[in-house]
Write a protein that binds this ligand. Sequence first.
Ligand code: PLP
Length: 385
Amino acid sequence: MTLKVSKRRPLVAQSEIRNMTLECARVSGVNLAQGVCDLPVPDVVIKGAEEAMKAGTNIYTRFDGLPRFREAIAAKQKRYTGMDVNPENQVVSSAGATGAFYAACLALLNEGDEVIVFEPYYGYHIVTMASLGIKPVSIILEPPNWEFTAEDLEQAVTSKTRAMILNTPSNPAGKVFSRKELELIADFAESHDIFVFTDEIYEHFVFDGHEHISPATISGMARRTITISGLSKVFAITGWRLGYAICDPEWALPIGHFSDLVYICAPAPLQIGAARGLEELGPEYYQGISDDHQMKRDMFCDTLRDIGLTPHVPDGAYYTLADVTSLPGKTAKERALHLLEKTGVACVPGSAFYSGPVGETLVRFCFAKEMDALEDAMNRLRGLG
Ligand code: PLP
């Protein structure tokens, strides 16, 4: 028998989030490992999708999405970032931000290219690129400040560098890139003439007066930036698979065609539900969820301190990395499993976000849970202290 799986198979075989979720189920624990937000879906979003299904919006859409969805995305981008976006040729709707990122890699990068990423990274970025033969080159950011310099950027570049990835606010560190950092990146990207892929899926969740700045709005960045985001987090619809890329028309068309190749289009009636949400929910809606996340962040980080773990308090998104070197074990995985055994709370070992030793000192918790579940988790954790 000569049949066998592809050489890519090992890249997707071992997901620590999947592993910890299984371990969590085994002990009937509280799962703070998965980045799934339990909050309710806004009524208007559900109603919009329901009405669209009944009205017959159930067939394939144009490869880049329904006009109404693209228009709602462009209007939202103008409202919250000031970007002028033409919905006709600069917006590609996709099966989640994940679909947009994959399509952008297929459309704009080649096997053998190098792409600069910051660690801690979002694993899907790394594995997606690796599965396409693209080599991620890391700049390691360390707690508590997650800082980098112009020299760090220069050291990562080679003649094969074609792009860099920015995730702001970031998963898992909750880092919100400042204007100064983005200007540094803009100068760097311009001088080496590379693309910048941004992942802004947590754009509305920023705390303590921090501001989310869309990298494409920085001078010199508009043409080289592929702005990627989605509705999974902000409308708590991770299962609907709705995201998008916004970019120069020259890149939007090939991204749209690869998006078509992989899944044809984003789910048609759900595009209408999300469009309704974008059209009808105002800034107070987004601020409300962000405030809720911030309140939960504070409670959760206090709990971690009470039991002797050191949280690296995030400025955005809805995760916290915590220093777990006080727990028994040599690796982050052993420490995460110890915590699960003792408390029934599942987290993700930091080794899922770092290629080197820094990750072994950290674990990630997701605090975007309904209050009951979060309180249950916090009570269980206090049992450790
Ligand atoms: N990007 C980041 C940084 C994420 O953390 C996640 C989910 O956890 C995603 C993308 C996935 O987004 P989507 O559901 O739109 O594919």
